[in-house]
Design a protein around this ligand. Structure first.
Ligand code: GLN
Ligand code: ZN
Length: 774
């Protein structure tokens, strides 16, 4: 018996729990406070609660419309563990019976005393991070874990026929990297034919367990890949020919979220899979000719945005549904992506302004939208009343106070090219040397110092009203003084105030700017148990009052050394917020940039000589297709320039970027025109200096010499060696000495020791360079 594909479905649902129950449960387990059985019990409860919730929202319990998209840590890791795709360095994690269990799973994710965890990297153009599987020529794939079967049985017992989900074979290998033991040039995709039989075997076992539909996710097919498109097409054909050939298998849904398949659409459509999900929210709506290969394959149209939080334009979505319906035999509707990128439920945010709340759709509301749209399939007109209601929401947004503000629009419209440009770098450099009088290889940090329990508790108490504003301010000032004193004692050249007053580098600005709101329970998973709470950027942006100036001024009053003013850049503010969909992103970026530009001026007026504008997320929003990248880089770089270009030549502008794969966007980074750029480099052993050298980077640069992602203290000699390597490739007069990133998540003990070694190493290398630097 096989069930027809349901008319309405979603690609995935948040796993973390409405109150972050999963985060709490896994962290308690890691800390040894609970047993594996307790963790499993909480996870099982979360899964069945999710199914029940989805059924209440209108997905049917018995027809595979509910995906089993749960993960204890990460969906890519789940697939790696399912197929035993682990490299030599993790071989000992197998149990005697050849399985990889719970602790093996978490060791891959988090490492242990002897080894680094799997590398973590960005999942497409989202702020979710997945673990990168390591595959070598001899990685022995096997069915090493059967959680997927357990989930199916567990769901059946609770009365739900759920659709198991796995990363599809092509995407899985494209996202993997060569294991240490692999020869140079090894490509994990070369193992496709060895992996496919395991998928076939697992599909067989799922069929045996009575599963009618399975979901294989192939989002890598919407992004440009290093291999040629024809090769990719061949891999897709081979993979799905093998998977569909098995006689005893569930029907296969392939999902392709985050963009358009482009030329791979007809290829995938022609493979004989049973259903194909395409993203028609972010991606284009294909014309009938592109869909001709589908035949009897169900087209699952991802019309409801899974990645942002606005109520859908149901009229526009229904139009797409009707257009697609004309070109296919069977149509279903879905979200464009998994809902793992949005919070659970708008109803949890009663503190938000009622009008703003009426514009929003979080995961639960989006499920309902999909269900509504599914009623329009075959029955145009059936949802006319819903479309009218959605139109009213759109009209209410468009006309609401604060959404479109004349003074903000006029200021942005009046910008001219000179607003985006600072003067000549040589002049700036001379003015800054005079103003700052820094030694060679100046030392600094990236901004935050450890956020102690006392600092966090002070903020919580102030939020609850248990501290007066004056008491809170005093506690923050005490912390700033301690951070300044420590840096003086350690011998830093350019100091920071430590950012104790900031809960989060984006939310802090969002709370202080007009046009934004923040949520209470709006957490989304960033990686593993880590969540972020993106702010909601809903209107035109302006700055009612200076934000960072009093803190910076206070910090500067404590020392004769320069203290950096600390701002979060426009692109990062957008990347880590839910952004409005009714204005081009570049326009919104300029609005944010103008508020920062005013902040820069106010900091200068308060006597701040060095200002850092962080853009750690610059690379995150980079489009997945090369053809779209130039446009993005143009507006993003321009918005940064707009935020900083009004600074006096003598004001030194720093920026900070949080990644080491620097080469690909080095032109853009150069285009930021910052006087000093700090970047991550410690983990990659200073490899970035080659990119800097090849590019001929001319301004100040601080490749990180201390990996702050780990509690490990780098020895002075180790830092000396990194700096010695750096000066071979970057002229010493351009070089700065700093950690990889902010110190917020570190403890004081290891931080102090590491920073001491960092400063001492700078002093030592400075002495070696002697008079050769001026
Ligand atoms: N200034 C910020 C900090 O130090 C930068 C953080 C980041 O790069 N993500 O915390
Ligand atoms: Zn950083």
């Amino acid at each position: 018996m096989t069930t027809a594909f349901p008319k309405a479905t979603i690609v995935g649902y948040p796993r973390i729990g409405r109150r972050r129950e999963l985060k709490k449960a896994v962290e308690a387990y890691w800390a040894g406070r609970t047993s594996a059985a307790e963790l499993e019990a909480t996870a099982a409860q979360l899964r069945t609660d999710t199914y029940a919730r989805l059924a209440t929202l209108g997905l049917e319990a018995g027809n595979y419309s509910i995906p089993a998209s749960f993960s204890l840590y990460d969906q890519v890791l789940d697939t790696a563990v399912t197929f035993g795709a682990v490299s030599e360095r993790f071989k000992d994690l197998y149990d005697a019976d050849g399985s990889l269990g719970l602790d093996a799973y978490f060791t891959l994710a988090r490492g242990d005393k002897e080894r680094q965890p799997l590398e973590m990297t960005k999942w497409f153009d989202t702020n979710y991070h997945y673990l990168v599987p390591e595959i070598g020529p001899d990685t022995a794939f096997s069915l090493a874990n059967d959680w997927i079967l357990r989930d199916v049985a567990e769901a059946a017992e609770a009365g739900f026929a759920v659709r198991p989900t796995l990363i599809g074979p092509v995407t899985f290998l494209l996202l993997s990297k060569a294991a240490d033991e692999a020869p140079a040039g090894f490509d994990p995709l070369s193992r496709l034919d060895d992996l496919l039989p395991l998928y076939v075997e697992l599909l067989g076992r799922l069929a045996e367990a009575g599963v009618d539909w399975v979901q294989l996710e192939e989002p890598a097919l919407v992004a440009d890949q290093a291999i040629a498109e024809t090769e990719l097409a061949a891999a897709v054909e081979r993979a799905y020919a093998a998977l569909t050939a098995g006689a005893d298998r569930p029907s296969i849904l392939v999902t392709t979220q985050y963009g358009s398949l482009g030329s791979l659409l007809p290829v995938l459509a022609g493979t004989g899979i049973d259903a194909l999900h395409i993203d028609v929210f972010k991606g284009a709506v294909p014309v009938p000719a592109e869909l001709a290969n589908l035949g009897a394959t169900v087209l699952v149209a991802g019309v409801v945005d899974g990645h942002n939080i606005w109520k859908a334009d149901l009229g526009a979505a229904a139009y797409k549904v009707a257009e697609l319906e004309a070109g296919v035999q069977t149509l279903a509707v879905a979200t464009s992506t998994s809902l793992q990128h949005v919070p659970h439920d708008v109803e949890d945010e009663q503190q938000l302004d009622a009008q703003l709340r009426s514009w929003l759709a979080f995961a639960d509301q989006k499920v309902a939208e999909v269900v509504t749209l599914s009623r329009a399939i075959g029955h145009p007109g059936a949802i006319d009343a819903d479309i009218a209601a959605a139109d009213e929401v759109l009209a209410s947004r468009a006309g609401a106070p604060g959404v479109n503000r004349t003074e903000v629009r006029e200021r942005a419209a009046a910008l001219t090219p000179s607003d985006f440009a600072r003067g000549d770098y040589a002049d700036r450099q001379a003015a800054q040397e005079g103003a700052l009088n820094l030694p060679a290889l100046p030392t600094t940090t990236i901004g935050s110092f450890p956020q102690t329990a006392e600092v966090r508790s002070a903020r919580a108490r102030a939020n609850r009203g248990d501290l007066t504003a004056e008491q809170y301010e005093q506690l923050m000032k005490d912390e700033i003084k301690r951070v300044i004193d420590l840096q003086e004692e350690l011998g830093f050249d350019v100091l920071v105030h430590g950012e104790p007053e900031r809960n989060d580098m984006v939310q802090y600005f969002a709370e202080n700017l007009d046009g934004f709101d923040v949520t209470v329970h709006g957490w989304v998973q960033s990686y593993g148990s880590r969540c972020t709470r993106p702010s909601i950027l809903w209107g035109d942006v302006s700055r009612p009052a200076p934000i960072t100036v009093p803190w910076a001024e206070y910090a500067q009053s404590l020392t004769g050394k320069p203290v950096k003013g600390m701002l979060t850049g426009p692109v990062t503010i957008l990347a880590w917020s839910f952004v409005r969909d009714d204005l081009p992103l570049g326009d919104t970026a300029n609005q944010v940039a103008l508020t920062l530009r005013d902040e820069v001026s106010d900091l200068e007026a308060a006597g701040i000589k060095v200002i850092q504008v962080d853009e750690p997320a610059l690379r995150e929003l980079l489009p997945l297709r090369k053809e779209d990248q130039a446009e993005y880089l143009e507006w993003s770089v321009n918005s940064f320039r707009l935020s900083t270009a009004s600074a006096a030549p003598s004001t030194q502008i720093h920026t900070h970027l949080c990644y080491s794969e620097f080469g690909a966007i080095i032109d853009a980074i150069d285009g930021l025109d910052a006087d000093v750029t700090s970047i991550e480099a410690a983990r990659s052993r200073m490899e970035v200096v080659h990119d800097l050298e090849a590019h001929g980077f001319k301004r100040g640069v601080g490749p990180g010499v201390y990996d702050i992602h780990s509690p490990r203290v780098p020895a002075e000699q180790e830092v000396v060696e990194l700096l010695e390597k750096a000066v071979q490739h970057v002229p010493a007069r351009q070089l700065w000495v700093n950690p990889d990133c902010g110190l917020k998540t570190r403890g004081y003990a290891e931080t102090e020791e590491s920073l001491r070694n960092l400063v001492n190493a700078a002093v030592a290398v400075r002495a070696q360079l002697g008079a050769s630097v001026s």
